[in-house]
Design a binder for this molecule. Structure first.
Ligand code: GLU
Length: 451
C-alpha cells in the first residue's frame, strides 16, 4: 500500500503558494493555521496519511459568476460574484457575503477557510463558506443596490439552501441587502426557508444577531482578562471601524466599565479622550447606518474629539485594542507601537485584521491576543441560533439568546485554553483556536473516508 510521506511545514507552504498564485490573503490565512497544526499533528499518523490539512486548504468548490445590473442612468454594469464553499464536514456551508471593491477570489478563499475553523469553534453544526462581489455599494442609490442584490441572487440561488449553504451579511451587506436577496430567493424558488441569516425580525430573523459579533468580541476579551484575574473596569480601549461590529463592541465595553477612545473608517480615525458614551455611540450608529456619513463628522459634532485623516488608531496609548474594520489593517509596526504603549490585550472583531508580522509581535510579547476566528465568532454563532429557530419555526426570547451567546463565547475560550495553555499563565489563543477548530473538522473528515 502506498504511504504518503510526511510533508514538512516549508514544503507544505511551498505547495500552497504554488497552487494559489496571486492569492496572498489565502496563503497568509493558511500559513497562520498551518504553523500551529504541524506541531499538533506531528505524532498523529491519521491526520498525515489522510492529508487532512491539505484537504481543508483546498475549497470543496469555488463558484464564480457574472452579475449584470442596470444603474439609475440606464448604463449596463457588470460585476463578478463568487461563493466559496470551503468545507461542509460538520454542517451546511455557512458564512457571510461581502460587497466591496477589494473582494476577489483570494480574499473570499481566505475568509471561507477562516470561517471553517471559526464555525467549528462555536460548537454548532456549521461548515465554512463565504461569498461576495467586487460591487461597491458606496454612493449607489437604494434602487441600484436592490437591482444588484436581485441579480446576484438570481445566480447564487441555485448553489444555496437551508441544508446546503446558508449565507449571511459581512462588509457592505447588512439587513437591507439581506432583505433584497431573501426577497429574490423566495420569488425564484417559491420557498420560505432559513436560507439566509441576518434576516429582519418580522421575517425569520433572530434577536441580538445585530449586536452579536461586537458583544461576542468583548465577552471573549472579558474571559481573557478574567483568566488573568483582571476585568474591563477602568481600562482604556482603542477600536477601529465604525460599522456594526465596532459600534456594538464599543457599546459593550462602555457597559462593562471600560473607556473607548477611538473609532475609524477608511478616511481616518477619531480620538475622543473623554471616552465614548452610549449617546455618542448611538449617534455613530445612526450617522453611519442610516445617513451613510463619514466618521470625520464626529469631531465636528462632539467637542474635545479630534479627527486624524488617513491614519489608524494604533498609536493611541491604551490597555486594550479591538481591530474591527477589515483584513490586514494592523501591521507589524502598529503591533509594536501598541505593545510599547502598554496594550495588554487584543481582541479581533474583524477577520484577520492583524498581518502575520503583527501576530508574531503579539505572541513574542506574550500579551493576550484573541484571533478573529475565536473572538468574532459570536456573529456566526447567533446566525447558527437563527437557523435553529427557523427549523423550529419559533423565535426565542432575548434573554435566552443573550445567555446562549455568552455561553458559546465562554465555550470557545475554554477550547482555546485546552489547546493553547503554554504554562506560566500564558495562553497562546491563536494556537488554541487553530487546533480546537481543526480537530473537530478533521475528526469528522476521518469518519467519512476519502471523499
Ligand atoms: N460575516 C460574519 C463572519 O465573518 C458572519 C457570518 C454568518 O453569520 O454566517 O463570521
Amino acid at each position: 500500500m502506498a504511504v504518503t510521506d510526511h510533508v514538512d511545514f516549508p514544503t507544505f507552504m511551498e505547495g500552497v503558494k504554488k497552487r494559489n498564485p496571486h492569492q496572498p490573503e489565502f496563503v497568509q490565512a493558511v500559513q497562520e493555521v498551518a504553523e500551529d497544526i504541524f506541531d499538533f499533528i506531528e505524532d498523529k499518523e491519521d491526520y498525515h496519511s489522510e492529508q487532512i490539512l491539505r484537504r481543508i486548504a483546498e475549497p470543496d468548490r469555488v463558484v464564480s459568476f457574472r452579475v449584470c445590473w442596470e444603474d439609475d442612468a440606464g448604463n449596463i454594469r457588470v460585476q463578478r460574484g463568487w461563493r466559496v464553499q470551503n468545507n461542509n464536514a460538520i454542517g451546511p456551508y455557512k458564512g457571510g457575503i461581502r460587497f466591496h471593491p477589494s473582494v476577489n477570489e483570494s480574499v473570499l478563499k481566505f475568509l471561507a477557510f477562516e470561517q471553517t475553523f471559526k464555525n467549528a469553534l462555536t460548537g454548532l453544526p456549521m461548515g465554512g463558506g463565504k461569498g461576495g462581489s467586487n460591487f461597491n455599494p458606496k454612493g449607489k442609490s437604494v434602487r441600484e443596490i436592490m437591482r444588484f442584490c436581485q441579480s446576484f441572487m438570481t445566480e447564487l440561488y441555485r448553489h444555496i439552501g437551508a441544508d446546503v449553504d446558508v449565507p449571511a451579511g459581512d462588509i457592505g451587506v447588512g439587513g437591507r441587502e439581506i432583505g433584497f436577496m431573501f426577497g429574490q430567493y423566495k420569488r425564484i424558488t417559491g420557498e420560505f426557508t432559513g436560507v439566509l441569516t441576518g434576516k429582519g425580525l418580522e421575517w425569520g430573523g433572530s434577536l441580538i444577531r445585530t449586536e452579536a459579533t461586537g458583544y461576542g468580541a468583548v465577552y471573549f476579551l472579558e474571559n481573557m482578562l478574567k483568566h488573568r484575574g483582571e476585568s474591563l473596569d477602568g481600562k482604556t480601549a482603542v477600536i477601529s471601524g465604525s460599522g456594526n461590529v465596532a459600534t456594538h463592541a464599543a457599546e459593550k465595553i462602555v457597559q462593562l466599565g471600560g473607556k473607548v477612545l477611538t473609532l475609524s473608517d477608511s478616511g481616518g480615525f477619531i480620538h475622543d479622550p473623554d471616552g465614548l458614551t452610549q449617546e455618542k455611540i448611538d449617534w455613530v450608529k445612526t450617522h453611519k447606518t442610516h445617513r451613510r456619513g463619514r466618521i470625520s463628522e464626529y469631531a465636528d459634532h462632539f467637542t474635545g474629539a479630534t479627527f486624524h485623516p488617513d491614519a489608524t488608531p494604533w498609536n493611541v496609548p491604551c490597555d486594550l485594542a479591538l481591530p474591527c474594520a477589515t483584513q490586514n489593517e494592523l501591521l507589524g509596526p502598529d503591533a509594536r507601537a501598541l505593545v510599547e504603549n502598554g496594550c495588554t490585550a487584543v481582541s479581533e472583531g474583524a477577520n484577520m485584521p492583524s498581518d502575520l508580522e503583527a501576530v508574531h509581535v503579539f505572541k513574542d510579547a506574550k500579551i493576550m491576543f484573541a484571533p478573529g476566528k475565536a473572538a468574532n465568532a459570536g456573529g456566526v454563532a447567533v446566525s447558527g441560533l437563527e437557523m435553529s429557530q427557523n427549523s423550529e419555526r419559533r423565535a426565542w426570547k432575548e434573554d435566552e439568546l443573550q445567555a446562549m451567546l455568552h455561553d458559546i463565547m465562554d465555550g470557545i475560550h475554554d477550547r482555546c485554553i485546552t489547546y493553547g495553555d503554554q504554562g506560566g499563565g500564558y495562553v497562546d489563543y491563536v494556537k488554541g483556536a487553530n487546533i480546537a477548530g481543526f480537530k473537530k473538522v478533521a475528526d469528522a473528515m476521518l469518519a467519512f473516508g476519502v471523499v
